[in-house]
Write a protein of this length. Structure first.
Length: 265
């Protein structure tokens, strides 16, 4: 890219067919099979963290503590995701993925991942506050089916708004900051733009994520050790198909100039 020509504020996106998420899952599964050791390592981290948060929340049952635990998980999860994207990125480049390279890339983007985590944390807190307001202003009267339906309808409405916002920002932004030298604001807005321009496909992708995550949770969190890496690999391929980030320089874990020691993505 010419240094005198600024990159556009929003990354160009492509139109995606409804079948695209299935293609991403297939490509993600191939990455999982090709990198079983790294997949197992990151999967084990996901399971341990998930079990730890669930166990402490169950034992202590305090909202403040639960919020603190979730905050920690929200800040750790993006870095785990970046490590997994590094695996797919290396495989796509024809390289052998290595754990030290994943860690190096995680360190390189820790600031941008922190911005992402802060945004998600704000959404989480607003979501929680909205739930409290629904509880306060729409009480469920004993034996009243109408009040129960009103409570569920309003709760679902508020929940869906925050869930959509979370998904739209996260769908393609993290893989992009793991691949290109781009700020989190640009990546987040570009992700939202791509989701809005591919609403039906994004809905299919969100449904598949929810379904596979539910399967992982139903197996006492053990299944998350496979599901989460699989979804991360699939998300990488989704980003590569959805966004054309070629106007931004490729990000190398070691900080070298793009193309100096590695082929560009």
């Amino acid at each position: 890219m010419n240094e005198t020509t600024p990159a556009p504020f929003v990354v160009p996106c492509r139109e995606l067919p409804l079948s695209a998420p299935l293609r991403w899952l297939a490509a993600g599964w191939r990455d999982l099979v090709r990198a079983p050791v790294l997949t197992s390592a990151f999967g084990a981290i996901v399971v341990v963290v998930s079990l730890g948060v669930a166990a402490m929340a169950w034992q202590l049952g305090r909202f403040a503590l639960l919020a603190a635990l979730l905050s920690g998980f929200v800040f750790v999860a993006p870095l785990i995701g970046v490590g997994l994207y590094a695996v797919s990125r290396a495989l796509e480049r024809g390289e052998v993925p290595r754990f030290k390279d994943c860690l190096a890339l995680m360190r390189r983007v820790v600031g941008q991942a922190g911005v992402f985590a802060l945004v998600q944390m704000v959404i989480l807190l607003l979501w929680s506050r909205a739930g409290m307001l629904v509880n306060a202003f729409v009480p469920i009267e004993d034996g009243s089916l109408v009040s129960l339906l009103e409570f569920l309808a309003l709760g679902s409405l508020f929940g869906s708004v925050f869930a959509v916002a979370t998904f739209a920002i996260a769908a393609f932004s993290l893989p992009m900051i793991a691949d290109r030298d781009v700020d989190m604001v640009t990546a987040g807005i570009s992700s939202v733009n791509a989701v809005l321009r591919n609403k039906a496909t994004a809905l299919v992708w969100a449904g598949l994520i929810a379904l596979l995550t539910a399967v992982g949770l139903a197996t006492a969190f053990i299944g998350l050790g496979i599901v989460m890496p699989w979804l991360a690999y699939a998300a990488w391929h989704g980003y590569r198909e959805a966004l054309d980030a070629s106007a931004w320089p490729s990000l190398d874990a070691d900080g070298a100039e793009p193309g100096s020691t590695r082929s560009s993505a």
